[in-house]
Design a protein around this ligand. Structure first.
Ligand code: UD1
Length: 365
């Protein structure tokens, strides 16, 4: 039996962990004993426990206190607390997902206790080292024993960094989650039937968009100018609420946009399916839109998912340079090309099989 500690803390990690946990519990229960550690990074009900309930995630074995604040403060405190949790659980292997501060703290705490790490969603690069996520993922890939790449590009990236030996191309676990939790086996063709050509789903939360007043002003201005041509629904992340308030645009946003609380995973999929378009800076939503055949505008300078752009389902836009409303109008009703470079939605089972191949107990000997 392999004892695993899966370390999660932020919203997208709950979704990915749910797909993997489901696989472990249904098809690998005689081989894998998995416990969850919740780092406390996301703690609001609608950012955390809602996902556990909706996706059937087991209660975490350990839930750490929350340390919101500067990156060093929050990552450092998580490191201290995760170390205690891992000492208590004494797993053979730790699993981390993606690129958040929880990912880095979890991976670092584990390797310092000589616990090998498996990194799910490894090898992604934006090339932008100002992003906290870019640093988190580069360091985590470097110290992980197994790097699970979601795409050929990510796998090649790992190989180019001399990490080929630890890397496996398994596809995107988010695709598993979309299939599993929506019951939608037929993806990429489901959207437009019941969607409204005016409805747009918007999410903005990334630090590079919220922390600069001028950048946030351009984004907010671009979105507000889309009304009344479009109806914008904005599930609002706590970081964006305070950022809009800071630049004095929260009231205007409340008046013109349909601002709602953060959505659950299934609510997000439902909202996406009714939308003509999504405007986002989220990595997860770019791919959920892609899987559901919904056009996406990514409000960033780069993306870790260039395949979605090459296939014509996604484009980058800087609202200071591009008129969002005109771009949106040009996209309504349009389609990208066929093809899915992110696997078949059986990533969880590939990961589980790969994990079971090794004897983790003596890994660092
Ligand atoms: C984090 C990840 C980001 C990921 C996102 C998913 C890092 C560096 N960033 O960003 O990569 O895309 O999660 O959603 O790890 N807050 C609340 N309630 C909550 C959660 C957060 O009020 O439940 C507040 C925090 O106190 C903080 C702000 O929102 O002031 C930002 O939260 P934080 O966890 O630091 O980063 P995210 O922006 O959520």
């Amino acid at each position: 039996m392999i004892r695993i500690a899966t370390i999660v803390g932020a919203r997208p990690q709950f979704i990915k962990a749910a797909a993997l946990t489901h696989e472990f519990r249904s098809n690998f229960k005689d081989h894998i004993d998995e416990r969850l550690v919740h780092t406390g990074q996301h703690y609001d009900k609608r950012m955390s426990s809602l996902f556990f309930e909706e996706l059937g995630l087991p209660e975490p074995e350990v839930t750490l206190p929350t340390f919101s604040g500067d990156h060093g403060f929050s990552t450092g405190n998580m490191l201290v607390e995760i170390e205690k949790a891992l000492k208590h659980l004494a797993p053979d292997l730790a699993i981390v997902f993606g690129d958040t501060n929880s990912t880095l703290a979890g991976a670092l705490a584990a390797v310092k206790l000589s616990i090998p790490v498996a990194h799910v969603e490894a090898g992604l690069r934006s090339g932008n080292r100002y992003m906290p996520e870019e640093l988190n993922r580069m360091i985590t890939d470097r110290i992980s024993a197994l790097n699970f790449a979601p795409s050929d590009g990510a796998f090649k990236q790992l190989s180019s960094e001399a990490l080929g030996e630890s890397s496996r191309l398994v596809g995107d676990i988010m695709y598993d989650a979309v299939k599993l939790f929506t019951g939608l086996s037929k993806l990429r063709s489901v959207s437009t039937a019941d969607s409204s050509p005016r409805k747009v789903l918007v999410t903005i939360h990334r630090q590079e968009n919220t922390d600069s007043d001028s950048r946030l002003y351009e984004i907010a201005h671009g979105l507000l100018a889309m009304v009344p041509d479009f109806e914008l629904t904005l599930p609002i992340h706590p970081r964006l609420t305070s950022a809009l308030d800071r630049i004095g645009m929260l009231d205007a946003a409340k008046q013109k946009l349909n601002i709602v609380e953060p959505l659950s995973f299934i609510e997000t999929i439902g909202e996406l399916r009714e939308s003509a378009l999504v405007i986002t800076d989220s990595g997860g939503l770019q791919k959920e839109a892609f899987y559901l055949g919904v056009q996406c505008i990514t409000v960033r300078e780069e993306t870790e998912w260039p395949e979605t752009i090459h296939l014509g389902w996604n484009r980058l836009a800087n609202p200071a340079e591009v008129n969002l409303c005109e771009l949106a109008q040009s996209l309504v009703g349009s389609k990208g090309r066929a093809g899915n470079p992110f696997g078949n939605g059986n990533t969880s089972s590939k990961i589980a099989e790969e994990i079971c191949k090794s004897d983790w107990a003596g890994y660092f000997d």
